[in-house]
Design a protein around this ligand. Structure first.
Ligand code: SF4
Ligand code: SF4
Length: 444
């Protein structure tokens, strides 16, 4: 459960936690230093109450206990030199490719035109045009770096030959430059043919399977184009993927929480029976409903509790969101950008046009390059840290959130740089849940 009483003093937030002996203790998080510490009851008293999910700094009040107040002030102004900055310099190190822009399913919430096409008649990538683009990006990287390629669609495994051709080419040219390529794919797993399995055995790929729950849920949300359920096919595909599991980089399941699917606790239990390396549950980007979001936040918190009961940190970190925050806290790695859009990351559509984000494919205003030409004037607008562009300087969660998703902000406020309050509440709540368990894990 989220703590009911959250307090804040400048860059420090704190909450009360009841220990097993029912005695309270006061846990604080230093937003700028990414440090967690136990503070005294007196110091906690000196802080001002804030809403659990708010990001605002409360008005300073007069100190009641001078010594406790001074402790807070001192810690607040300390600088943790171990905490690493999260600046991203321009240089494309991650590329998502729409290998296909067509799908065999017709998911109810599809963001790609309802059939994976984004309304475009070009349905698969041209390998001849793509390989020189990949060469261009790889050659621009300094030796020793990673270069990540994520295959998406439509359904990318409708064109496995395209994936294999890209893998072969990239592996070869990356080796010459001492670049480490990393490959991942997001699939509905309904077309795991022998050909796909043969290719996957060779390419150490990270696989994300999109699935929303058991048959009762998933058949409704993710039907085939002919209207029949797709769940049996996906489960069959997952079995096949498990049969070559030791050849895969990892195997995860990604589900969506939305109006039509409001029980991710059952889906979590169901996913565990499928033995994935990790799971995630995303609040549907299009949803803009406070009550629905409250359910999501509550269920994510319950899922964290179930995971903790089952296997403490190991089980909790199989939930991608929580693993992400644990990693940042362990590495003392601040992030200043929620994603690398336009800085380190670009998206390529099936016509080899480049965008900053997978969700803007098909919008001509969002094209930032074509073939070997990048529109640097357009990209220049993305180069400042997102926490600056999005005015997140006073948010206690800024170095774990990184300014949020520009796509979601724009979808709900009309501007990439005007924050969507629901997004902020959701993110801060998830971070708070992660902090609660991080303290448990590290105090052990
Ligand atoms: S977008 Fe993220 S960093 Fe910015 S205010 Fe919202 S929660 Fe905080
Ligand atoms: S803007 Fe949002 S959807 Fe787009 S790449 Fe960034 S995090 Fe992803």
């Amino acid at each position: 459960m989220l703590p009911m009483k959250l307090k804040r003093y400048q860059d420090i937030i704190a909450f009360e936690e009841l220990q097993s002996n029912s005695q309270p203790r006061y846990i604080a998080f230093h937003a700028n230093n990414l440090e967690i510490a136990e503070i005294s009851a007196e110091a906690f008293q000196e802080m001002s109450a804030i809403d659990v999910r708010t990001g605002e700094i409360p008005q300073d009040t007069l100190p009641k206990d001078a010594e406790a107040f001074e402790q807070l002030q001192t810690w607040n102004s300390e600088v943790n030199h171990e905490a690493r900055q999260g600046k991203i310099n321009f240089g494309i190190r991650s590329l998502t490719i729409n290998v296909t822009q067509v799908c065999n399913l017709k998911c109810t919430y599809c963001a790609a035109g309802g059939d994976g096409t984004y309304g475009d008649p070009v349905t698969r990538i041209s390998i001849e045009k793509t390989l020189p683009q990949l060469k261009y990006f790889i050659e621009a990287l300094p030796a020793g770096r990673k270069f990540t390629i994520s295959f998406v669609g439509g359904e990318p495994l409708l064109y496995p030959e395209g994936i294999k051709a890209i893998y072969d080419y990239v592996t070869e040219i990356a080796a010459h430059k001492n670049i480490q390529p990393v490959f991942s794919v997001t699939t509905n797993a309904t077309v795991i043919t022998d050909k796909v399995l043969d290719i996957f055995k060779k390419i150490n790929i990270h696989v994300t399977v999109s699935l929303d729950g058991d048959k009762n849920v998933n058949d409704v949300l993710r039907p085939t184009r002919s209207g029949t359920g797709s769940t049996e096919m996906t489960l069959d595909g997952l079995k096949k993927l498990h049969s070559i599991k030791n050849h895969l980089g990892s195997l995860g399941i990604s589900g969506v929480f939305n109006e039509a699917h409001q029980n991710i606790i059952d889906s979590y239990r169901f996913f565990l029976t499928l033995d994935p390396d990790w799971v995630e549950f995303n609040f549907a980007y299009s949803q803009n409903n406070q009550d629905l979001q409250a359910k999501y936040i509550d269920q994510m918190s319950q899922i964290a509790g179930l995971a903790w009961q089952k296997g403490e940190e190991t089980a909790l970190r199989k939930i991608k969101t929580f693993d992400h925050y644990f990693t940042l806290l362990d590495n003392q790695q601040k992030i200043e950008n929620h994603c690398g859009a336009g800085k380190s990351f670009l998206m390529m559509d099936a016509k080899n046009q480049l965008y900053t984000c997978p969700w803007v494919v098909g919008d001509p205003d969002e094209v930032v390059g074509q073939g070997l030409t990048l529109n640097m004037e357009k990209l220049e607008k993305y180069q400042k840290p997102l926490i600056t562009l999005n005015n997140c300087q006073t948010c206690w969660a800024r170095y774990l959130c990184g300014g949020g998703c520009m796509y979601i902000h724009k979808a709900h406020t009309g501007s990439k740089h005007t924050k969507d309050n629901l997004f902020c509440e959701r993110t801060r709540s998830l971070i708070l849940t992660a902090l609660l368990y991080y303290i448990k894990a590290r105090a052990a």
